[in-house]
Design a protein around this ligand. Structure first.
Ligand SMILES: *[C@@H]1O[C@H](CO)[C@@H](O)[C@H](O)[C@H]1NC(C)=O
Ligand SMILES: *[C@@H]1O[C@H](CO)[C@@H](O)[C@H](O)[C@H]1NC(C)=O
Ligand SMILES: *[C@@H]1O[C@H](CO)[C@@H](O)[C@H](O)[C@H]1NC(C)=O
Ligand SMILES: *[C@@H]1O[C@H](CO)[C@@H](O)[C@H](O)[C@H]1NC(C)=O
Length: 256
């Protein structure tokens, strides 16, 4: 993972933009508890940085990242697919993003998905419910405004990378205020449009990962839009963040 983090940090610093936009369409299947979860992608091209990585963000739980080492890609039809499974219990709500090897989205985030019932529990970790919350996010937050993330500075020495996932929309790493110190508070700019729903992930250099609940971006038509991707002034923003990709889960992987 150290390699992946370094590669990711270098890529983002060098390129600025955060979406590879390799594929035109990405669709995710429905999923039963411990059942297959498949992703189909078409149009465009494979990203330069492989393997493909599926980042799955369950609300208020621990996000996971699964390297998709086995997938199909037909370069003449421009279609591909992969199958994996998710170690999440029935009713868990989540979003997923098909990323390149650096953890940068290759297209839009999924809609909000939910684990359907099944009698199969073999994929569930035994300590499933015990999720420590290391980061607290100050809500409400608004479009293009800074918001605080707080933590215990005796546990965390470097503020986390924060990535915002908009269901059926983009995912972006949020700019961290460069003046963030060791006081236990870091501020980030909410580069998502007002009215959108968003789930945040926090990833730090200890390998810890946490997802927020589904939250709504505040603001109104008068809010500053300078941070939004379609604003020219922000085309090269996000150079201050140092993202880490969520850790690979030992409890998940490709099914047979
Ligand atoms: C239960 O789920 C596991 C992991 O997803 C899978 O390998 C296994 O085949 C499933 N068992 C049944 C009976 O479907
Ligand atoms: C799950 O996916 C595997 C691998 O693609 C496939 O062999 C298996 O038949 C699938 N199981 C179900 C229940 O669809
Ligand atoms: C991706 O999301 C953006 C913003 O929500 C939307 O405008 C665009 O149509 C989406 N693209 C696809 C291929 O769904
Ligand atoms: C937008 O929000 C600001 C801050 O809450 C408020 O002062 C302003 O009146 C609002 N403008 C509109 C058009 O609602």
């Amino acid at each position: 993972m150290t390699f992946v983090r370094l590669a990711l940090a270098c890529t983002l610093l060098a390129l600025g933009p955060q979406v590879v936009l390799s594929f035109n369409t990405i669709s995710f299947s429905a999923v039963e508890q411990c059942g297959n979860f498949s992703v189909h992608f078409s149009g465009g091209k494979l990203p330069a940085s492989l393997p493909l990585t599926l980042t799955v963000v369950p609300f208020n739980l621990t996000p996971i990242s699964i390297a998709i080492s086995t997938y199909t890609w037909d370069p003449s039809k421009l279609t591909g697919a992969a199958v994996t499974f998710l170690p999440f219990a029935v009713d868990t709500r989540f979003v997923a993003s098909l990323d390149d090897a650096n953890g940068v989205g290759t297209g839009n985030v999924s809609e909000i998905l939910q684990i359907d019932p099944s009698s199969n529990t073999s994929c569930l970790p035994m300590n499933y419910q015990s999720v420590a919350e290391r980061y607290q996010v100050a809500t409400p937050f608004s479009q293009c405004q800074d918001f605080d993330v707080t933590y215990d500075p005796s546990i965390v020495d470097t503020p986390p990378a924060v990535r915002a996932f908009v269901p059926k929309g983009p995912s972006v790493f949020l700019n961290q205020d460069v003046t963030a110190s060791s006081t236990g508070t870091a501020s980030y700019n909410m580069a998502v449009s007002q009215g959108e729903q968003v789930v945040l992930t926090f990833s730090d250099d200890t390998g810890f990962h946490q997802a927020s609940d589904l939250l709504t971006v505040g603001g109104n038509a008068s809010s500053s839009a300078s941070c939004l991707p379609n604003s020219q002034s922000s085309a090269m923003s996000n150079q201050n963040s140092s993202p880490q990709s969520p850790g690979s889960s030992t409890n998940s992987g490709l099914s047979k």
